[in-house]
Write a protein that binds this ligand. Sequence first.
Ligand SMILES: [Zn+2]
Length: 318
Amino acid sequence: MQRRALFAAALALPAIRTARAQGALPVVASFSILGDLVRQVAGDRPLALGVLVGTDADAHDFQPRPSDAERLRGAALLVRNGLGYDDWLGRLTSAAGFRGTTTTATEGVPFREATGGGHDHGHAHGGGAARRRTHAVEPSRTPDPHAWGDPRNVQVYVRNVAAGLSAADPGNAALYARNAAAYTARLAALDGEVRAAVAAVPEARRKVLTSHDAFGYYGAAYGIAFLAPQGVNTSAEPSAADVAGLIRQVRAEGITAVFLENMSAGTTVERLAREAGVRVRGRLYADALSAPNGPAPTYEALVRHNTGLVVPAMRGDA
Ligand SMILES: [Zn+2]
């Protein structure tokens, strides 16, 4: 018994020694998708990674707890999405007396403007490239924060994350650059994969209904129109008129791809589907990853999972 315990301790030593020699880098990411990107870019570099809004959780109306301030206090790097998604970080960082580096992952991403919920926004037809906007955020315009929906944008996220990690931990800058380059190549392959999968769906059938406007970038990238009773923020209650309008639209256009989202109960969509006489096809992973044993534990798995659900649903496959 004792020998076995000693043996196990000896086996564990090298890992502990590595972590101690480098000191696990304390990093905080505002939500689970960013947490995965940080892990991908860090690779073998030991991290003490804190994710504030965890798997299957909603960042839009997140209420930070005292333990979140505690996590931030000693962090060397904070990675946030920006575009109004995680603005609650402002109060949290000052409450925590955070003194590390802050990286805004969407910096340099061509953002889309938010469109209100409840009707056909018509923003997904004819390919997204021409509609991508590059101007700076103006106070009168609300940006759509869900920029991670387009894997090409996530290449920008990764560049920013690599720059943030390198600023916080310059000794490993070459490692971060290498990992970022390898991951960026995988994101390009993922983009091609989704494009090919969606190409198999007739253009007129590329319509999906989901709980809130989380898929504007994904839809624009791949020519899919997404409809939702809620706008880009999950806290807005859809009006009865908006829901009635969507029910009419689902019926009139024969929309078969109707989904719930992983961060919310989806009562409105269930009622809407029932009244429109269509079947709910499952749950898309919108603003958060799944738990490690779920279908979307990484960003790449999330995109593949969602695409694997929406493609047959749009075609109307049984
Ligand atoms: Zn959202």
